[in-house]
Design a protein around this ligand. Structure first.
Ligand code: ATP
Ligand code: MG
Length: 575
């Protein structure tokens, strides 16, 4: 239950609407019970009075009308207000979750699959809507109704009023506790199964090509069906228990009505024929009062799912980012050296080996640096640290003479442009895919020029920059994606460029052309480029060779070529 506390505190953002919702729910319920009770009494009284007796039937019949109209109106407005209140709270919650997710560094978010994150953000937050609609509001309403009804009936007969009130109170405490306990365990399992099914289903759709090629579709389908069967099994259990809660309440309703009939016939309700009308009043009141208890059993059965969803959402919101941007300074590139790595050591979370081991590196402003090395040697990791996607475990990383932690995130992003190894293509137009490269509006002409330059002119043929890319649009080959990423770099004005294998997957001729473009664009900038190729390396000021998380060689092209039995020299000779 404690998992629900952070979400209950969100209620303060829609206090007025939530209270109004409960008041309206209360009004609707009072009208409903009042209608039944008054009708019961009125019909009985009219029948007893018979024809020819003086009996004022105007007030009761007008009240019956009034209560019937009041019930409909209150219910209508109540539905609008309670749902509006819930959506207000959920909107706050979604924004809160989103603002907590964004600063989580890749290191934290990597632990979750995208579909799982989406599921938490959408389905689990949706489940939390029943916290107010199905649990809090109906429970408070039921409690208030019991008190009001007992006080109301006690004006007629205190003993009977207390009997009905206490019986209802006992049911209101026993039924929710019982069904909360019954639903607690499998509610969490149901939520897990639902999430697992959705994650697996997305994977099943996304992996269709591989599954077909390897003839593994049947196997994957069976796995999916198994998870679905489990999910349905839990749903079936919930439905059974929900049915049981209704059956129990109907049974107790009948029992209470019989008991009330029994006691009321014995009670002192005045004399004469009108006593019979009072019997009808109490009986119908007991009968109608169950309307407020009916939804409560199923709602408390559902609480297990609400708690599980709350825990799943909290798991994300309570994560602390691995990198916190607390710096306040702006980065100015006028001091040398520009980048200094001093004994940097880094290890990815959940990994036992080091990704960077005691790395020392100095780069001056305007220098062109190439980083080479075997796969998995830590090249991309070094770039990740330079953009503060992660912080070093030990050692210092200085930018313009100050620790990288001193700078604001905005200042780092403005000054450093990073082409990652995997380029993300948005499901959007080519224009918008390029526009993200620069906070200032880039004019179409410049975009078209750069698109031609990186060899993607073909894309402009039919629809120009309006061509839709990504999902549902024109698919891009691996090489085309890299060149789209490169176009973004060329449209960006940042003075420091970090490029992670910009020419990977390109043929030699295109590679040479792209490298020339990069070097031309980086003429007055600082460039750090990770590469597996040896093309154009002579044009770089500094070459760094990494192996097994260490920087094993560094120097100019000619210096490294002259190093006897050096890694780089052997590489060049081999190729
Ligand atoms: P490549 O040339 O294949 O791109 P690389 O030199 O860029 O390789 P890195 O990506 O820096 O290598 O990886 C260095 C080591 O860190 C590898 O062993 C890799 O498995 C590990 N690694 C990389 N990213 C992560 C991550 N997000 N979480 C855990 N380990 C990681
Ligand atoms: Mg890499």
């Amino acid at each position: 239950m404690r998992a629900l506390l952070p979400f209950l505190t969100l209620f303060k953002h829609a206090k007025f609407h939530l209270i109004l919702g409960i008041v309206l729910m209360l009004a609707g319920m009072i009208a409903s019970i009042g209608l039944m009770t008054l009708s019961g009494w009125f019909l009985a009284a009219t029948a007893i009075a018979g024809i020819g007796t003086l009996f004022n039937y105007f007030y009761p019949s007008a009240s019956v009308r009034g209560l019937a109209i009041g019930r409909t109106a209150a219910r209508y407005v109540e539905k609008i207000v309670t749902h509006d209140a819930t959506f207000r709270v959920l909107a706050k919650l979604r924004v809160q979750i989103f603002s907590r997710i964004i600063p989580l560094s890749p290191g934290v978010l990597n632990q979750y699959r995208n579909s799982d994150l989406l599921n938490r953000l959408v389905a689990d937050v949706d489940t939390l809507d029943s916290l107010y609609l199905r649990l809090v509001a109906p429970f408070i309403t039921a409690l208030s109704i019991i008190v009001i009804m007992t006080i109301g009936l006690s004006f007629v007969n205190v003993g009977l009023a207390l009997f009905i009130g206490i019986s209802l109170l006992v049911l209101l405490s026993v039924i929710p506790t019982l069904f909360y306990q019954l639903g607690k365990r499998f509610g969490a399992q149901l939520t897990q199964a639902r999430s697992l099914y959705r994650v697996q289903f997305v994977e099943f759709i996304q992996a269709q090509a591989e599954l077909l090629l390897f003839n593994a579709q049947n196997q994957a389908q069976k796995k999916l069906e198994h998870i679905e069967a489990q999910w349905q099994n839990y749903q079936q259990k919930e439905a059974n228990l929900s049915g049981l809660s209704t059956a129990l309440l109907v049974f107790f309703n009948g029992l209470l009505v019989v008991a009330v009939l029994w006691f009321v016939s014995e009670a002192d309700l005045g004399t004469g024929l009108y006593k019979a009308a009072m019997i009808a009043l109490f009986t119908f009141c007991a009968l109608a009062s169950f309307e407020m208890l009916m939804p409560i059993g199923a709602a408390f059965l559902h609480i297990g799912q609400v708690i599980a969803s709350a825990e799943r959402v909290s798991e994300i919101t309570q994560q602390t980012p691995m990198v916190k941007f607390t710096g306040t300074q702006e980065l100015f590139l006028n001091s040398q050296p520009l980048i200094q790595a001093e004994n940097i050591t880094f290890q990815y979370p959940n990994r036992s080996d080091l990704a960077l081991n005691q790395l020392n590196l100095t780069i001056f402003s305007g220098q062109k640096t190439a980083i080479l090395g075997k796969t998995g040697s830590g090249k991309s990791t070094l770039l990740q640290l330079l953009v503060r996607n992660y912080d070093a475990l030990q050692g210092q990383l200085l930018l313009a003479g100050k620790s990288i932690e001193h700078y604001t995130e905005c200042s780092l992003r403005k000054n450093i442009c990073f082409l990652t190894q995997r380029v993300h293509v948005f499901s959007d137009t080519l224009r918008n895919n390029l526009q993200i490269a620069n906070e200032n509006t880039i004019d179409d002409q410049r975009m078209q020029y750069i698109v031609e330059q990186v060899g993607l002119g073909k894309l402009l043929q039919d629809q120009g920059l309006d061509l839709w890319l990504g999902d549902g649009g024109r698919p891009l080959s691996g090489g085309e994606q890299r060149r789209l990423g490169l176009a973004r770099i060329l449209l960006n004005d940042a003075p420091i460029l970090l490029l992670d294998e910009p020419t990977e997957g390109l043929d030699r001729e295109t590679e040479r052309h792209i490298l020339n473009l990069i070097l031309q664009h980086a003429q007055n900038k600082t460039l750090i480029m990770v590469t597996h190729r040896l093309t154009a390396l002579a044009q770089f000021d500094l070459l760094c060779v990494m192996d097994n998380a260490k920087l094993i060689e560094q120097g100019s092209y000619s210096e490294l070529l002259n190093q006897e039995s050096g890694f780089f020299k052997r590489l060049v000779e081999r190729i």
